[in-house]
Design a protein around this ligand. Structure first.
Ligand SMILES: *Cc1c(COP(=O)(O)O)cnc(C)c1O
Length: 305
């Protein structure tokens, strides 16, 4: 297993603020600093079992880092193709895991196209960041751990980028026969799920304008979109500024630094989202993210409202 079982902590501080028990599912503690270790780790494991001897990714973010980490754990090489604009720190983190990081083209699409070409060889496997049943299966272990905790939870809050985590969690809940409602959080400018759900169309955003680049999938997975009719899912969208403020508050309250992608979920608590009303025990997935430093947080905090 690539991922670890993470603690689920009762936050006395946040619970008192909102009058609902808040349980923090601490996936920021995963070896790659995000829940991606679950789904991506599982997908890499499966593809290697099926004979892959090279793992390929085009993500310069948490998914790429999880592929790099998984490859080292599995003893199989990984090649991550990223565009020129990728921050040096992200490249360094992946190289530290022993991955080959290749700079390809100006935009993500160019890097992605090259990665797909490389993955065409029969011994290679391309690891999609969110749209792969193996990835969902791996993320569904979150729900297994919710159930194993024994907490009688009546709500789950999580962030949505391409909807891989949402799909995995809902699949896991269903497997346990649970129809516990889920609140999805996104930032404005990366709100592909919110827009799809509210217009009832599987839309593609023209561009990503949010700083929460980890949530920046222009279109969510078709499976994630279909879930709106299969499970009680509530969807909300907030601003970058409030997501960043939530990161800063969480750093003070729980001494953990997370990406704005995760701050979006935390804001559902700090902003007393109406989803909390009437609920007794709500699980908040602290999805984490490696793409933040003290310096970048400080920069984000200078942002105008
Ligand atoms: C990938 C990621 C998300 C979004 O997950 P999806 O499966 O793409 O919806 C949210 N937060 C963090 C920290 C991530 O790495």
């Amino acid at each position: 297993m690539i991922h670890i079982q993470t603690p689920m902590l009762h936050s006395a501080l946040l619970s008192a603020q909102v009058g609902t028990n808040i349980w923090l599912k601490m996936d920021a503690l995963q070896p790659t600093a995000s829940f991606k270790a679950r789904g991506v780790g599982h997908a890499c494991t499966k593809y290697v079992e099926e004979g892959a001897t090279l793992l390929v990714s085009s993500s310069g973010g948490n998914a790429g880092l999880a592929v790099a980490y998984s490859s080292r754990q599995l003893g199989v090489p990984a090649t991550i193709m990223v565009p020129k604009v990728t921050p040096q720190r992200a490249i360094d983190l992946m190289r530290a895991e022993g991955a080959t990081v290749q700079i390809e083209g100006e935009s993500w699409l160019e890097a992605h196209t090259e990665a797909l070409k490389l993955a065409e060889s029969p011994e290679a496997a391309y690891i999609h960041p969110f749209d792969d049943p193996y990835v969902w299966e791996g993320h569904s272990t979150l729900a297994d751990e919710f159930v194993a905790s024994g907490v009688p939870f009546d709500g789950v809050i999580l962030s949505v980028g391409g909807g891989g985590m949402l799909t995995g969690v809902v699949m896991g809940l269903k497997r346990h026969g649970l129809d516990v409602p889920v609140l999805t959080m996104e930032t404005k400018g990366a709100d592909s799920f919110y827009t799809a759900v509210t217009t009832n169309e599987h839309i593609t955003l023209p561009e990503i304008t949010s700083i929460a680049n980890t949530l920046g999938a222009k279109q969510v997975a078709a499976k994630a979109f279909a879930l709106r009719n299969e499970h009680p899912i509530f969807s909300d969208v907030i601003t970058d500024k409030t997501a960043v403020d939530a990161c800063a508050r969480f750093l003070d309250d729980h001494r953990l630094l997370v990406e704005p992608a995760c701050g979006a979920t935390l804001l559902a608590v700090y902003g007393k989202n109406s989803f909390l009303e009437g609920k007794k025990n709500v699980i908040v997935i602290v999805c984490g993210g490696a793409g933040i430093t003290k310096e970048t947080l400080e920069g984000f905090l200078q942002m105008e409202a």
